[in-house]
Each structure stands twice: as structure tokens, then as C-alpha cells.
Ligand binder design. Sequence first.
Ligand SMILES: *[C@@H]1O[C@H](CO)[C@@H](O)[C@H](O)[C@H]1NC(C)=O
Ligand SMILES: *[C@@H]1O[C@H](CO)[C@@H](O)[C@H](O)[C@H]1NC(C)=O
Ligand SMILES: *[C@@H]1O[C@H](CO)[C@@H](O)[C@H](O)[C@H]1NC(C)=O
Length: 514
Amino acid sequence: MISVLFFQIYNVIASPNVLILIADDLGWHDIGLHNDLFQTPNIDALIKESIKLDNYYVNPICTPTRSVLLSGRYQIHTGLQHGVILEGQRIGFPLSDILLPEALRDCGYRNHLVGKWHLGFYREEMLPENRGFETHFGYLGGAEGHYSRSQCTGHWGHEYNPPNGLVCGMDFRDSGSNRNITNQYSSDLYTDRIEEIVSNHNTNEPLFLYAGLQNVHFPLEAPTEYLEYYSWIQDHDRRIFAAMTMALDHSIGRIVNSFKQRGIWDNTIVYFTTDNGGSSLYGGNNFPLRGIKATLWEGGIKGIGSIKIPGISPDTRNQMVHVSDIMPTMLNLTNCQVDKKDERKFDGNDQSEMLKFGGQSPTDQFLINIDPFNTRPSKSDKRKWNSDFDVTVQAGLRWGEWKILTGDPGGPSGWIFPPELQSKKLSFAPKMSQYEDPKFIKSQWKRRVALFNIAQDPLETADLSDKRPDIVEIMLDKLSAYNKTAVPPQPQVWDWAANPDFHNGFWQPWILDP
Ligand SMILES: *[C@@H]1O[C@H](CO)[C@@H](O)[C@H](O)[C@H]1NC(C)=O
Ligand SMILES: *[C@@H]1O[C@H](CO)[C@@H](O)[C@H](O)[C@H]1NC(C)=O
Ligand SMILES: *[C@@H]1O[C@H](CO)[C@@H](O)[C@H](O)[C@H]1NC(C)=O
């Protein structure tokens, strides 16, 4: 009895705090560590104090990455493999699956979400307060004005005819109630709340703070103080975007300081990540990687990421880590057990041993996606394969050094020149003809199957599918096996009852029956 009691008390005190910082749409070329012309000293310092993940992958868009991060389950197993959840869609993370905040709550953690949710809200049960968080200060959808907190959406079908085809509303909540705050910039507002949570936190209990930071997602809006700093960038979108990265960086500096001032920094696991690559349609950049956010090219999925583990010296890991590994890894690092039936559902692996001590990664392959709603009718690639996997469907898989893409990987499918370089006198003259106009949102890629050796060709310059049909067949069979475990995507319908006009101008849950 005494030893059990002692163990429990010891356990509570020994549990490290968990801080998850997600930067929204932060591209590979958008931090100082990867781009000399950008100033992100706080992000750079955090990464240098952590285990830097140099072979780390996320999903190409927001909802899939966040759902996989918090559940350890691939999006093909939760019906979230097509697109992001848009306001008014009856789509959400399945209530039958466990999320990291629920597991940590059961292990005694005090959990708070500040910022973006984006795992669905059509029913009350899907709200973060009902999925393990004590409080949520922020928004439910994927994007909104950084001052207005409002978001519009379309696609309502023929029966309804809203002005401009769009329905708009405010998306902002504070612990279960709608709030209307429009006079503060997102990163200031969220950082103020985070400082408040940290300073009020009882340090005898473990804290889980999940910061879904709104920067640097579009719309392109930034406070004047940051804009002035980058006035030398001629490209309009890139200039504002650069200022937004500076706002993000200041926010992260303040968050780190709040943990230090509370005396809990050294006992906090800090996981910093982007949710997907940068969108060059809105100022982001992934140079020198190919493609952008929402494509299956490296620019869409190769993530900036780091994990600081108490007691472990800073280092860099080149071992493969996928965002699906985060849930099992966090459970180990926090010494928090979940039910065996939930554990069996994890697609990712516990990386805690590798992160702490190096050695082999337990992850040697990961599914990028299989999206049956995204097919390529193009007849330009007539090659036949033995595998039964339908190669007109957009899919991607990484296996060791190999990466296969099927269907249309998405566009722009080329390499995007960093616009800020045009504003500097360069000692070298990059050939602009090599670069694609980001406004080419249509994919220029016409084949149905592509194979790259990412270890030797990280920029995806040479499609080896004709040279290595043996590898193609193995990987198509693997994709086919994954496909057999998939559930269908949740239906993509818009529900008129979600219209904020019926809810005092707010996006909020609209289906009340259980
Ligand atoms: C964490 O991982 C280590 C090493 O693999 C293992 O021995 C330990 O049992 C794991 N702990 C938990 C709580 O899963
Ligand atoms: C995945 O499996 C379903 C059900 O068997 C099948 O209809 C579909 O064509 C498969 N998708 C691919 C991309 O092969
Ligand atoms: C929020 O407040 C502003 C200013 O008072 C007002 O114009 C707007 O209609 C309010 N929005 C909602 C959704 O209540």
C-alpha cells in the first residue's frame, strides 16, 4: 500500500510538463536556421536547445497532420484523408478514438488548448473541452482573420443562395462560450493567454499546453512594427509573410520565457513543429524543396521540427520520424499508459529511445496519404503495373530511402524561387528559368507513378520509376495493403444548419441530438 501511494505521488511530481507549439503553414525556408535573410532568433534558439529532427515528416495539410499528431493514427483510419475540415461540414475526429489530451488528463495532467483546433465541431462532443482539454481559447476551424476572427465558406449547393455564394461568421471561443474580440492581433492575443495559464498553473501538477499558433497562416496580416522590419522585400506577399514569421518568433520567445519565469522550463518536454509545408500562394516558401503545402512533394511534407526532452542534451537526429510517432512517444516520455486496445490502433511508433540515445528509428516507412476523392484521369502515362493498386488515385508512401507518388501529387509541382532573393544583390545568379511560378496552381506533373530516392535526391529531381519497376511494384503492394485497412473519407457535405446567421453570427456546434 505504502509503496503504491509513494509511487503515485512520486509519479505526479516526476511527470514532465508537455508544451506543443504548432506553427501554421511554416515552410522549410521560413526560419532563420534555413534562411539567412529571415530573423527568427527565438525559434532558432529553441531548436538548438532541443533534438533537431532533420528527417521528419508531417502531412501536406492541416487537419490530417493535427489529427495524426494527437492520435497516432493515420488519416485513412479516421476518415480525414480528403482535404481539411471546412466550416459547415459535418466532419470531425471520430469520437470512438482516444486523443493525447484525453490520455494525459487520465494521467493527472492539466490540459489547455490555445489557438487552433480544426478537428471538427459539428457536435458538442467534438469540442476540445470534451476531448480532454480543460480550457480552449481560440478557434475551431482552419483559418480566419488575424484581427476579425471571422471566416467565410462556400459550396452550399443549389437550394441555398447566400450573397457571393459565401456564408460568413466569427469563429472564436473561450472555454465553451463564444467571444467577440476584434481589436488584437492573433499572436498577441494567444500569447497573453498562454502567459496567464502558465503563471496561474499549480506547479505541483503536470501541465499540458497545446499551442495551435495562428501564424503564419493566411490571410496575410501583420502588425506595422514587424512590417517595417521587412520593408526591403519587394514581393508584397513575401513581405507580409516575413513579418508574420517575426510575430510568430516573438510569440515563441514570450512563451519560452513564461515557462522559465515559472521555474518549469527544465522539466518541460517541448515539441515544436509545422503542420505542413509553406504555401507559396500566400507568401510561404520551401526552397530548395519541390512543391508546396497541399502537395505530396517534399515541400508539402518535410517538416521543421524539434523535441526538447528534460535531461537530454541538444543534438540532431537524421533518423526518420513521422508525425504519427508523436502520440506514442509522448506517452512514453510522460510515463502515461493507455489501454492496450488504444495502443494497438497506433500507426506510429514510440521514438523516445531513439530520440534520447540515438540508434535505429523504429519507423522505416510511413504512409503519406491515399485520397480516393483525388483522381487523375490523364491518359498521358500508359504504363501498366502488376499491383492492383489504382494508380490514378492520389497517394504517397515512404519506405526507407524510397518515395512513391501515384495519381496527381498536386501543384505547383516544381521548385519555387524565394522572392526575397530578388531584393538582394546576389553573388551568384540563380537561373530563374529553373523555377516555377507559384501561381501555377495546376500541377505540371503528368505521370501517374513517380519514384524518388530521397536519401540521394532530396530535391526530387529524378523520377526512377522506369529504372526501378521492382521497387515500384513492392511499394504499390504496400499501398494496396494500407488501402485495405482504410475507412472511407467522411462525406463531404455542407450543412445549411451550420450557417452563423442561425447562431448569433458565430460558427459553433449545430447538431444537438446525440
Ligand atoms: C518507454 O520505452 C522504454 C524503452 O523502449 C521501455 O522500456 C518503457 O517500458 C517504455 N515506457 C512506457 C511507459 O511505455
Ligand atoms: C482501395 O480499396 C477499395 C475497396 O477495396 C477499392 O475500391 C479501391 O479501388 C482501392 N483504391 C486504390 C487506390 O487501389
Ligand atoms: C463583434 O463586435 C463588433 C463590434 O462591436 C460587431 O460589429 C460585430 O457584429 C460583432 N460580431 C458578432 C459575431 O457578434
